[in-house]
Ligand binder design. Structure first.
Ligand SMILES: N[C@@H](CCC(=O)N[C@@H](CS)C(=O)NCC(=O)O)C(=O)O
Length: 223
């Protein structure tokens, strides 16, 4: 049985969880608190990041590596095309979503979502880079209706959990949802993916955890 470790606020955790659910693979979740990194956590994920999985063979970190492992372990239902070229095109899209969009906008999260501050120079640099990267992503993404074409793939699991963060992060910091402004109908796309039980479950679990942590903070403030 696979154990998935991390927290449901993490887009990368939710991507792996979505793949596990899509494949109908049995797994248990081991929630760790955000920001708390134990020695045991570092043994499994040396950068202290989530998610990681524990298996009968040992632990594995990095969500892209984990989902490829799951795909190889249980090829059906397939979340990758059968042909090598199609597989490479899916990986190309995942790289654009995660490396060129999410990882760039991530620098805005301290101010966009966590009450911190990002300096104006960084905001300007990130805005310029994102404009370029979103235009590049647009050339590759097919939305036909799925990211890589007619079939749901791992690229959709990556996009489902990360595109809303790109949209929301830029909306909060720049006052403009840069995906929408570029003409990407990400909301329509998310609505399509939301029809899948895997998407419904990761979203419901994330919202429940968010509500519980808001309630816990409010209770702590009241004491
Ligand atoms: N490349 C990693 C990124 C994972 C990642 O950045 N996870 C975040 C949560 S969404 C995290 O653990 N951040 C804590 C940290 O960076 O110390 C993956 O795909 O698994």
């Amino acid at each position: 049985m696979i154990t998935l470790s991390g927290f449901t606020l993490s887009n990368y955790y939710n991507k792996v969880k979505m793949v596990l659910i899509e494949k109908g693979m049995p797994f248990v979740e081991e929630r760790c608190a955000m920001g708390e990194v134990s020695e045991e956590h570092l043994m499994c994920s040396p950068l202290g990041k989530v998610p990681y999985i524990r298996t009968a063979h040992g632990s594995l970190c990095e969500s892209a590596v984990i989902v490829e492992y799951l795909e190889a372990l249980q090829p059906e239902p397939a979340l990758m095309p059968a042909d090598i070229w199609g597989q490479a095109k899916v990986r190309e899209l995942v790289t654009f979503v995660e490396l060129h969009l999410e990882l760039v906008v991530r620098e805005l999260y301290p101010e966009a979502f966590f009450g911190g501050k990002v300096n104006d120079g960084n905001k300007a640099r990130i805005q310029k880079l994102l404009a370029r990267n979103i235009a590049a992503f647009q050339r590759l993404a097919r939305f036909d209706p799925y990211l890589a074409g007619p079939n749901f793939t791992i690229a959709d699991c990556a996009a489902y959990v990360s595109l809303p963060l790109v949209a929301l992060g830029t909306k909060v910091i720049y006052g403009t949802d840069m995906l929408q402004a570029a003409g990407i109908d990400w909301k329509g796309y998310i609505k399509l993916i939301d029809q899948r039980p895997s998407a419904q479950q990761v979203t419901a679990d994330r919202k429940a955890d968010q509500a519980a942590s808001i309630a816990a903070r409010a209770a702590a403030a009241a004491n």
